[in-house]
Design a protein around this ligand. Structure first.
Ligand SMILES: Cc1cc2nc3c(=O)[nH]c(=O)nc-3n(C[C@H](O)[C@H](O)[C@H](O)COP(=O)(O)OP(=O)(O)OC[C@H]3O[C@@H](n4cnc5c(N)ncnc54)[C@H](O)[C@@H]3O)c2cc1C
Length: 464
């Protein structure tokens, strides 16, 4: 089985954590001949060399000034051209990088390299020369014929090299080596443009201190207020013609225009036809796995720029401005598309998401029964920080944050959560945030509307 793994070096010099999981998953496939593929400056060669010690026989680095400044479409194009020279039965990518955090390159690559895609893979259940069968994050069992492309969740820790392990070979290929069209590479080939970045203050809130006894009333009032505010939110300021795929992105569409049409997410060919004939200014998709995969595939097939995971939209004349967090949420970027219609996925939450999420952080690890009882009492569901997942207290499916899910419930009750930026980016669109933490200086209070300085255990009194 010829397995290729796309890997990227993070800003910290280490392998992107999702790619690390994809590499480990590849190494565990019996009889896999693993090749690594990366794009970046020449310095990335040493990084790849180190990674070959874990089992890949060969690594290919795409390095050329022509590749610099590539967005997801231009990156997927370059990788697809390289794959023409790397025979591959199975291509594994991490679900997303931490730098770009778009999750688009894999799905776009599936179109350009003609590979059957399965996204958000938690586990490969079987892999034969004909097909691969996987369990996904939404607990689906999906099968794809080979050659296939999988985007892998952060489900495995990458092994360490042994003292006896040897380094493999790293080949460096230029744009000419892969016969890439310079007009489709790097900045020149990137339809999306970042027009402005600024420090992200968006999650910050003014926190009012309350006592544990006030919590039930605050939750009830917040749930009622959020329901009303969400139904009143539609402010119109342009005449842009906007298509939404499904109804989930409608609040975003109506925040910039009243000229909105809804398409259904059924069939890729039908959707392509509708988008081609609609003469729209923008097309918006939701952020569930199926919508994200479809958005990336449609963008790749139409050669359009796609902005991932927008948290707000605005209009500037007849152009759509797409606003999204960048660099692990520390920055907010304003993005325009050079191609029309502009395409974006917007952060939406599934209709199945409860109005109240009760998130447990490491500080609540000894009071989980209290957290569960609170969720039950207010008809909420549970969420977790990464540390709770890493320490084995809660399953990965419940993790909120940069390397977990993005949520936006009406009320987010964070118990024993410190408020690291990696967690905040996943919950900052929640309606009302309530934090419970005994440390009055915990950063979570900067992102909360209501704060209770208390331990999780002290909330038990509310339940008696
Ligand atoms: C690349 C990268 C990606 C990451 N992705 C994510 C992600 O997706 N999601 C995520 O959550 N994190 C993520 N992290 C980790 C993140 O940086 C933090 O380490 C993590 O969010 C902290 O989890 P925590 O708040 O549960 O634990 P801690 O930071 O240990 O905080 C525990 C808190 O509990 C409080 N406490 C102590 N005792 C009690 C008590 N009895 N009752 C109540 N509170 C108490 C403490 O005051 C403290 O504030 C990522 C990190 C990196 C480097």
């Amino acid at each position: 089985m010829r397995v290729t793994v796309c890997v990227r070096q993070g800003l910290d010099g280490e392998i992107n954590p999702f790619d690390a999981a994809a590499y480990e998953v590849a190494l565990r496939i019996p009889d896999a001949e693993v090749t690594l593929l990366s794009m970046g400056p020449l310095g990335v060669r040493d990084f790849l060399l180190r990674l070959t010690r874990l089992g890949a026989r060969r690594a290919v680095l795409l390095s050329d000034a022509a590749f610099a400044g590539a967005d997801t479409l231009a990156t997927a194009y370059a990788l697809s051209m390289a794959l023409k020279k790397i025979p591959t039965d199975l291509l594994l990518c991490g679900r997303q990088t931490l730098v770009g955090d778009t999750g688009q390159t894999g799905p776009m690559l599936s179109v350009l390299a003609k590979l059957a895609p399965i996204t958000e893979v938690m586990e490969i259940l079987s892999c034969t020369p004909q097909a691969v069968c996987c369990r996904t994050r939404t607990e689906q069992t999906l099968t794809a014929p080979l050659p296939a492309l999988l985007t892998v969740e952060r489900v495995a820790n990458l092994r360490l090299p042994s003292i006896r392990s040897r380094v493999g070979e790293v080949e460096v290929w230029s744009a000419a080596d892969i016969a890439a069209d310079p007009a489709r590479c790097g900045l020149a080939g990137s339809p999306t443009r970042v027009v402005e970045t600024r420090e992200n203050q968006s999650g910050r809130r003014r926190c009012r201190r309350i006592t544990p006894a006030e919590l039930p009333a605050v939750i009830a009032e917040s749930l009622a207020r959020q329901r009303q505010e969400r139904s009143e939110k539609n402010a119109v300021n342009s005449s842009l013609h906007i298509l939404t795929v499904g109804e989930a992105p409608l609040p975003y569409a109506y925040s910039v225009s009243a000229n909105v049409s809804v398409l259904s997410l059924v069939d890729e060919e039908m959707l392509l036809e509708q988008i081609r004939s609609a003469d729209a200014d923008a097309v918006l998709f939701g952020s569930d796995a199926a919508s994200k995969l479809m958005a990336a595939r449609v963008a790749a097939r139409l050669g359009l720029g796609l902005c991932a995971d927008c948290t707000a939209l605005s209009a500037e004349g007849d152009e759509l401005l797409m606003i999204r967090p960048a660099l692990a949420g520390s920055l907010v970027a304003k993005i325009k598309s050079r191609t029309r219609p502009a395409m974006a996925t917007v952060r939406t939450t599934g209709s199945s998401e409860a109005a109240l999420l009760v998130a447990a952080g490491l500080g609540a690890r000894n009071a989980l029964p209290v957290v569960e009882a609170l969720a039950k009492r207010f008809s909420g569901t549970l969420a977790a920080t990464r540390r709770m997942v890493d320490e084995g207290f809660m399953p990965y499916e419940l993790q909120v944050g940069l390397t977990g899910r993005t949520v936006a419930p009406a009320v987010y009750l964070a118990v024993g959560v410190s408020g690291a930026v990696h967690h905040i980016v996943g919950m900052q669109r929640s309606g009302t945030v309530i934090a419970v933490n005994p440390d009055p200086k915990a950063p979570i209070f900067d992102y909360a509307d209501f704060g209770i300085v208390a331990t999780a255990e002290e909330l038990a009194a509310l339940l008696s």
